[in-house]
Design a protein around this ligand. Structure first.
Ligand code: SF4
Length: 204
């Protein structure tokens, strides 16, 4: 839980909740501790503490970012977002786009005000950049859903110089719907999941 952020939710002062567990293994991931799905991973915040904190911040914080890990893996995500909305918070969801059926439900129920989806690589390179046999067709479906939703959104790519080229970035951009915001994020080598990428930082 990050209690105060000016940089994670465009135009909104927000808290950020990081959910435990991810179905990708991106070699450049800087949140490796959030990947295991188990609940013994260490820095878990109890729901009691979380809701208590948010109740105190009602009317002070404009929104809450739900990030990960991959939040759409959480079975109670719709109920969780509904509760945030009922408390008056705007909700931003960060996702890797692997579960379009969850996004579809959240959009249908009006539970998100802003969506940020990672596009890891040109589609052909997804296995390398996601670290798994990623469901590329589902990722593609999520892009279409989000772009057509009418909800404020952005697509974003972490540029990893050792694994990507400027041409790759251009290829990703060209697959995104016209009118969608595309952001390129800086790679943080010192925290990379793949230790060989961390060594790039040491040698740089
Ligand atoms: S960067 Fe990749 S592995 Fe890390 S949390 Fe995001 S989707 Fe999961």
């Amino acid at each position: 839980l990050v209690r105060f952020s000016l940089s994670d939710f465009p135009g909104t002062v927000a808290a950020v909740i990081f959910t435990q567990g991810c179905n990708f293994r991106c070699p450049f991931c800087h949140n490796g501790g959030l990947i295991p799905l188990g609940t013994d991973a260490g820095e878990l915040v109890s729901e009691r503490e979380l809701w208590g904190f948010l109740k105190e911040r009602q009317g002070k914080l404009g929104g809450v970012v739900v990030s990960g890990g991959e939040p759409t893996l959480q079975p109670d995500l719709p109920a969780f977002l509904k509760r945030l909305k009922s408390m008056g918070f705007r909700v931003k969801l960060d996702t890797n786009g692997s579960r379009p059926e969850v996004l579809e439900r959240l959009l249908a129920e009006g539970l998100v005000d802003y969506l940020a989806m990672d596009v890891k690589a040109p589609f052909a390179d997804y296995p390398q950049l996601s670290g798994v046999r990623a469901p590329v067709e589902r990722v593609r479906e999520s892009i279409g859903l989000i772009a057509a939703s009418g909800v404020e959104h952005e697509f974003r790519t972490t540029f990893v110089p050792a694994l990507m080229s400027d041409e790759d970035l251009a290829a990703i951009h060209s697959t995104l719907p016209i009118g969608s915001v595309f952001k390129v994020q800086a790679f943080k080598p010192e925290l990379a999941l793949d230790p060989t990428l961390r060594q790039v930082a040491v040698g740089a």
